[in-house]
Design a protein around this ligand. Structure first.
Ligand code: BGN
Length: 285
């Protein structure tokens, strides 16, 4: 019905003016980490279209952004994350879609591969494609609305200061947590590696890919707007192969990534607040 309403209004009304580049009343916000039910969150944001899609009602957005969220076994985080991120993004007056990509099966978690799946699946969903991709851990909540979810000219590391790390950057080249890349940047580096099973290193691998293709990592000049709160969870099992894998990145980049991505879509759920795609690995063990 919403779509029909929009179609009707589009034919009778003049096109909406462009949204402001930076809405004026943006500032620091608090994170509410208390437990929530997903059902409740689903009813809370009627302005979000099914599948977690949103466009500002009174202006034409300047940015179309897909938020890709790797996921498994974290329903509690999912509700808290969605409850935080929807009002945060709406305030920035961008057009966006939330794509939750769940790993099916019992193999070690492969965050990077899920992000590749999210990239491919979200592009199928949008006529003309998304221009900007924000790869987002589900346990990170942005704490300042001035941290704009856009893609600048160079890849941007967004989650610079995290409460769990005492709001200090762990190391200069870190690219994990939340990162922004344009469709062009992401495809030039052949997406993420598909080889990182278990915790760690896949973001460092992306950093190397970007450097190899002559991009450089950027952050906000004023780092204080890049603050995030992290949700509690038990530690993940680190991947012992990550050091070895990182020595190969620049050699195998072309033969490991989007070009060799194999997966099978198991479920395609359309939640009111996000599209949930479950995918299973199709490569041999
Ligand atoms: C690093 C991990 C990153 C992770 C950050 C923050 C590795 C590779 C070996 C050097 N990198 O140590 O993947 O995002 O910590 O937790 O483990």
């Amino acid at each position: 019905n919403k779509t029909i309403e929009k179609l009707i209004s589009n034919t009778t009304e003049p096109p909406l003016p462009l949204c402001e580049e930076t809405p004026s009343d943006l500032g620091p916000i608090m994170a509410n980490k208390t437990e929530l039910q997903l059902d409740y969150v689903e009813t809370k944001y009627p302005e979000v279209d099914p599948g977690g899609l949103y466009a500002p009602p009174n202006c034409t957005a300047r940015h179309r952004v897909a938020i890709i969220v790797p996921y498994r076994d974290r329903e509690q985080h999912l509700a808290v994350f969605l409850n935080h991120i929807h009002p945060f993004l709406m305030k920035q007056q961008i057009e966006y879609g939330i794509f939750i990509v769940e790993q099916y099966g019992n193999k070690a978690f492969n965050r990077a591969k899920l992000m590749n799946v999210g990239f491919v699946e979200s592009q199928k969903q949008k006529a003309g494609g998304w221009q900007c991709f924000i790869f987002h851990d589900i346990d990170l909540l942005p704490l300042d609305q001035r941290n704009l979810y856009h893609c600048p000219e160079q890849p941007r590391h967004m989650s610079a200061l995290i409460d769990k790390f005492n709001y200090k950057l762990p190391y200069k080249d870190i690219f994990g947590g939340v990162s922004a890349m344009t469709v062009e940047q992401f495809t030039k580096v052949n997406g993420f590696s598909n080889k990182y099973w278990g915790w760690g290193g896949e973001d460092d691998d992306m950093f190397r890919r970007l450097n190899k293709m002559n991009y450089h990592l950027t952050r906000y000049d004023d780092l204080s707007i890049a603050k995030y709160a992290m949700l509690e969870h038990k530690p993940s099992v680190a991947n012992p192969k990550r050091y070895q894998l990182l020595t190969q990145t620049s050699k195998i980049l072309k033969s490991d990534g989007l070009s060799t991505l194999k997966y099978k879509l198991v479920k395609n759920l359309c939640l009111d607040v996000g599209g949930l795609r479950s995918a299973v690995d199709k490569t041999r063990l």
